[in-house]
Write a protein that binds this ligand. Structure first.
Ligand SMILES: Nc1ncnc2c1ncn2[C@@H]1O[C@H](COP(=O)(O)OP(=O)(O)O)[C@@H](O)[C@H]1O
Ligand SMILES: O=C(OP(=O)(O)O)[C@H](O)COP(=O)(O)O
Length: 596
C-alpha cells in the first residue's frame, strides 16, 4: 500500500475483507482524494458464481461501499472478458467507464485484427487449457499456423492416440481437439504439435528430467509418473522457424513451466524468435508477459505486450466483453483530477448531438447524407437508390470531417438492419462516434414480432436510442404514455433514450408550440428517477414528416430551447439538454440546466 500511495500521490488504505466490517468501516471513513483497496474479491465465492442472483447480491454489497454518488471504472483488462460480479454486475449498477489501460489495449488489439497481415502465426501454450482450446475454434480458417505448446500440447498428443503419462491433460477436451484437427485441414489452418518434450520426474524446479519424443512420453525413465514441463529443442527450433516466416504473430501462453529455469528453454526460444522476426508481434497474457520480462527481454522488442490473455482473444474477435454494454463510450478522462469528484455521465463541456435530419444547417448534412440514414437508402451522386445504407460510407464521411469531438459528441442512428455494420465500423476503426437505434419496444420480450427490444440494442453496443421520433408520434400514433414506457425500457436495458419532442406545422402556425412541446416532455419524463432524468437526452425536432417541409427559423429553436422555455417539469437533478443543432456556435455553448 505504501508503494501504491507513493505512485498514486494520495493516501491508499487496505481493507481486511471485501464487503465485511473492515471494508465498510474503511469506506465510511474515506476522505475526498483518498483510495481504499479491498481484499481480493475472488475470496468471495459469489464473485465468480454462475448464478446471476448470487453475483448480483455481491455486486450490491460492493456498490453500497461507494455511497450515493458512486461510479465504476474498469481498468482490469486481464479479467475484462469474465462475467464476474466486480467486472460485469457492478458495471450494470453504477455509471461505468473504461479505464486508460482497457482503452489502450482494445485500441491496439482491434487495430491488429482489423488488418491482419499473413502469414498469421498463433502460438498457444500455458495452463488454462480449456480457455485456450475455446480460442482455437475462432482461429480455424483465420490463422495460417497454430503452434501448440505449454500444458495444452498433451491434450493434442492424446487426441492423436499417444500416452502422456502424468502430464497436464484435459480428457474431456480430446473430442474437441479431434474436431479441430479435422476442420483445420479443410480450412487451411495448420497445427504444429511438438515432436519432442522435456519430461520431469516431478513438478519441481530441481526435478530430474530428460527430453523424449512426444509420441513416447511414457518411455522416459520416469514411466507413467513423468510430467511434460517444456517443449523440446527440436520443437522449439521448428516453432521459431515458423515465427520467422510470419507477418503477424500472436503469442499467448508460455511453452513450459518457465518459472523453473530447467523448463524455460522453450519459452525463451519463442520469445527470442519473436524479437528476430519481421512480423508484427503481440504477446498476450498475464503469465506470458511475465515470462518475457523474467527471461530478460525488453518490452520494446515486441510489437505489443498485452496484459490479458483471454481478454486479448475476446478483443481480437471484436466481440463485446460482457460488461461493455454498460460502459459509457468514453474512457475515464485521464486528465480529470483523480482525487475527489468522479465525472458526470456527460462530461462538462460536451453535449450530445444527433442527426437532426430536417435542419438544413446541420453541420454534416451534405457529408453525412442524413436522409440516407433515416430512410434506409443511399443517395449517391447519381441520385437515391433503394437498399441498404452502407455504414462504411457515412462512417468515413464523419471521421473525415473536421470536427471537434472533444466538444460535441456525434451519434448516428442507422436503420436496425445496419446497426451491426455501424458497430463493426465504429469499433474496428475506433471512431469517436456513438450510435443508437431509431426506436425500441416498450416490452422486453413477447409476441411483438418486428419490434426491437432494448436488450437487442444493448447487445449491439448502442449507447442511445431515439424515442418518439416524429414518425413514431404521427404515423405510428405513439402516445405520450407509450413513449414514456419506451424511455423507461431504454433505461432498464442500459441504453440512454433520446426523447424527441417538437411540433408539427399546424401547431407551429397556431403559435402553441412551446406548450405543446413542454407537454410532450413532461409526459415523457414522468416517473423517472433523478439519475435517469440527468442522463436523458431531449431532442427538439420540429416539423412533422407529413407536413410540407417548412423548417423553423432560429428564433423558434431558441424559444423551444431550455433557457427560454417558461417551465420545465420538476426534476430533482438537472437534465442534460443539448441545444438544437442550429449552428456549431450554439452547440458549443454550455448546456443550461432547467430550473428545478
Ligand atoms: N507443460 C506445462 N504443465 C504445467 N503448467 C504449464 C506447462 N506449460 C506452461 N505451464 C504454466 O502455464 C502458466 C501460464 O498459463 P496461462 O495462465 O494460461 O498463461 P497466460 O496468463 O499467459 O494466458 C505458467 O505458470 C506455466 O508455468
Ligand atoms: O492472468 C489473467 O488472465 P490470462 O491468463 O488470460 O492472461 C487474469 O488475471 C485473469 O485471470 P483468470 O483467467 O483467472 O480470470
Amino acid at each position: 500500500m505504501d508503494r501504491l500511495a507513493e505512485l498514486a500521490g494520495f493516501k491508499v488504505t487496505l481493507a481486511g475483507d471485501t464487503v465485511g466490517s473492515s471494508a465498510k468501516e474503511a469506506a465510511a471513513s474515506l476522505q475526498d482524494g483518498e483510495a481504499l483497496v479491498l481484499e481480493n474479491v475472488r475470496f468471495d465465492a459469489r464473485e465468480t458464481s454462475k448464478d446471476d442472483a448470487e453475483r448480483g447480491a455481491f455486486a450490491d454489497e460492493l456498490v453500497a461501499l461507494t455511497g450515493d454518488n458512486g461510479a465504476y471504472v474498469d481498468d482490469a483488462f486481464g479479467a475484462v472478458h469474465r462475467k464476474h460480479a466486480s467486472v460485469y454486475d457492478v458495471a450494470t449498477r453504477l455509471p461505468s467507464y473504461l479505464g486508460d489501460l482497457v482503452h489502450t489495449e482494445v485500441e491496439v488489439l482491434r487495430k491488429l485484427t482489423a488488418d491482419t497481415q499473413r502469414p498469421y502465426v498463433v502460438v498457444l501454450g500455458g495452463s488454462k487449457v480449456s480457455d485456450k482450446l475455446a480460442v482455437i475454434d475462432n482461429l480455424i480458417g483465420k490463422a495460417d499456423t497454430i503452434l501448440v505448446g505449454g500444458g495444452m500440447l498433451f491434450t493434442f498428443l492424446a487426441a492423436a492416440g499417444h500416452k502422456v503419462a502424468s502430464s497436464l491433460l484435459e480428457e474431456d477436451q480430446i473430442p474437441v481437439v479431434q474436431d479441430y484437427l479435422k476442420r483445420a485441414s479443410d480450412a487451411g489452418t495448420e497445427f504444429v504439435v511438438p515432436t519432442d518434450v522435456v519430461v520431469a520426474e516431478k513438478f519441481a524446479a530441481d526435478a530430474a528430467h530428460e527430453t523424449v519424443a512426444a509420441d513416447a512420453i511414457e518411455d522416459s525413465s520416469f514411466g507413467a509418473q513423468g510430467i511434460g514441463l517444456d517443449i523440446g529443442p527440436d520443437s522449439a527450433a521448428a516453432f521459431a522457424s515458423r515465427i520467422k516466416g510470419a507477418k503477424t504473430v500472436f503469442w499467448n501462453g508460455p511453452m513450459g513451466v518457465f518459472e523453473f529455469e530447467a523448463f524455460s528453454a522453450g519459452t525463451r526460444a519463442i520469445a527470442q524468435a519473436l524479437t528476430e522476426t519481421e512480423a508484427f508481434t503481440v504477446v498476450g497474457g498475464g503469465d506470458s508477459a511475465a515470462a518475457v520480462r523474467t527471461l530478460g527481454f525488453a518490452d520494446d522488442q515486441f510489437g505489443h505486450i498485452s496484459t490479458g490473455g483471454g481478454a486479448s482473444w475476446s478483443t481480437s474477435k471484436a466481440r463485446n466483453f460482457p460488461a461493455s454494454a454498460s460502459w459509457t463510450a468514453r474512457q475515464y478522462p485521464p486528465s480529470s483530477p483523480q482525487a475527489g469528484r468522479l465525472p458526470a455521465r456527460q462530461p462538462a463541456g460536451r453535449s450530445l448531438i444527433k442527426t437532426f435530419w430536417r435542419l438544413r444547417d446541420f453541420v454534416y448534412e451534405r457529408r453525412f447524407r442524413p436522409q440516407a440514414l433515416h430512410r434506409g437508402q443511399l443517395e449517391n451522386e447519381h441520385g437515391p437508390r433503394a437498399g441498404h445504407y452502407p455504414p462504411a460510407e457515412a462512417g468515413l464521411d464523419l471521421s473525415d470531417a473536421k470536427h471537434d469531438y472533444s466538444r460535441v459528441e456525434v451519434a448516428v442512428f442507422p436503420p436496425f438492419t445496419d446497426l451491426r455494420g455501424v458497430q463493426t465500423l465504429v469499433q474496428g476503426d475506433d471512431l469517436d462516434i456513438a450510435y443508437g437505434g431509431q426506436d425500441l419496444s416498450q416490452f422486453d420480450s413477447g409476441a411483438y414480432t418486428g419490434d426491437i427490444s432494448g436488450q437487442f440494442l444493448n447487445k449491439l453496443g448502442c449507447k442511445y436510442v431515439l424515442v418518439g421520433h416524429s414518425e413514431r408520434r404521427t404515423i405510428h400514433n405513439e402516445s405520450d404514455d407509450v413513449l414514456n414506457a419506451k424511455v423507461k425500457a431504454a433505461f432498464k436495458h442500459g441504453v440512454t433514450p433520446v426523447l424527441c419532442v417538437g411540433e408539427g406545422l399546424e401547431v407551429r402556425q397556431a403559435g402553441t408550440h412551446v406548450n405543446h412541446t413542454l407537454e410532450q416532455l413532461r409526459a415523457g419524463v414522468a416517473g423517472l428517477t433523478s439519475e435517469q432524468a440527468a442522463e436523458l437526452v431531449v431532442a427538439y425536432e420540429p416539423s412533422g414528416p407529413l407536413a410540407p417541409v417548412k423548417l423553423p427559423d432560429r428564433r423558434t429553436h431558441r424559444r423551444c430551447a431550455p433557457p427560454s422555455a417558461p417551465s420545465w417539469p420538476r426534476c430533482s437533478m438537472p437534465m442534460s439538454l443539448p441545444r438544437p443543432a442550429c449552428s456549431t456556435a450554439d452547440r458549443s455553448r454550455p448546456t443550461t440546466p432547467p430550473p428545478s
